[in-house]
Design a protein around this ligand. Structure first.
Ligand code: C5P
Length: 239
């Protein structure tokens, strides 16, 4: 079984307000996308990574990733992304090699997802699940709000999960979902698209560290997480 990861990284990241595409925002001097790809490279199952970069940034992204992974020049392919996340995933998927039978899709913005989470998702697909997503319990009460601002419905929190990436798929399933997608109705994630084929989506335990860098406060969390990881590594095995 050969596993590839498609990394959509072509978003503008306007909610972050950094003035550069989100994937290129530095955390401790290293762009988010580089953090994300280093995490994937550290997962033993991952044989290749296809990055969908901002269309005007393909060359600099290619150079940054080559510099970050000098020993594995064959691992990463960089293609130009599209105007929606789904377009970027479709363009990345088109560049996945023919020998690949498990495909993960992973947001560059979830740059600190632990390699162990990647392995958990791959293992669930290899055991037979056609589609796998990591999910976490939702700490907040979630309400449905009408256009007039009034709250109508409060779903039972115990049944809700916040869904993350990497999401994993049998390759044929993801290919079919993208081949049939309607460009006028962009899906919120890849599992939602696969679900439209009637395929069951399996949920595995997510990770707090796989949070999506979206708001300025997420950058503070990212700095703190990296500092904690560095301290743990410096402390050796006993930490
Ligand atoms: O905007 P949001 O945080 O939902 O984006 C999720 C991921 O999709 C990010 O990694 C972003 O770079 C990517 N994306 C993309 N192409 C777009 C829009 C978003 O690759 N046109």
């Amino acid at each position: 079984v050969t596993t590839a990861v498609v990394v959509p990284a072509a978003g503008r990241g306007e909610r972050l307000g950094a003035g550069v595409p989100k994937a290129l925002v530095p955390v401790r001097g290293v762009p988010l996308l580089v953090h994300a790809v280093l995490g994937l490279a550290a997962a033993p199952s991952v044989a290749s990574v296809v990055v969908a970069a901002p269309p005007d940034g393909v060359e600099p992204v290619r150079r940054a990733l080559a510099d970050a992974l000098p020993d594995r020049p064959e691992l990463v392919t960089v293609v130009a992304g599209g105007s929606t996340r789904a377009d970027s995933v479709a363009l990345g998927l088109a560049a996945v090699g023919p020998d690949v039978d498990v495909v993960l899709v992973h947001d560059a913005a979830r740059a600190f997802a632990p390699p162990a989470l990647v392995e958990t998702v791959v293992a669930a697909v290899r055991r037979g699940a056609p589609a796998v997503v990591p999910g976490l319990p939702v700490p907040d009460t979630v309400r449905k709000v009408a256009e007039d601002g009034t709250a109508h419905e409060t779903p039972d929190r115990a049944s809700l999960r916040a869904v993350q990436t990497p999401q994993g798929f049998r390759r044929a399933v993801l290919d079919e979902a993208y081949a049939r997608r309607s460009p006028s109705q962009p899906p919120t994630d890849d599992a939602a698209l696969v679900e439209q084929l009637g395929v069951a989506v399996h949920v595995v335990a997510g990770s707090d560290e796989a949070f999506k860098v979206t708001r300025p406060v997420d950058l503070l969390l990212a700095e703190a997480l990296l500092a904690a990881r560095e301290a743990r590594e410096a402390g050796g095995v006993q930490a």
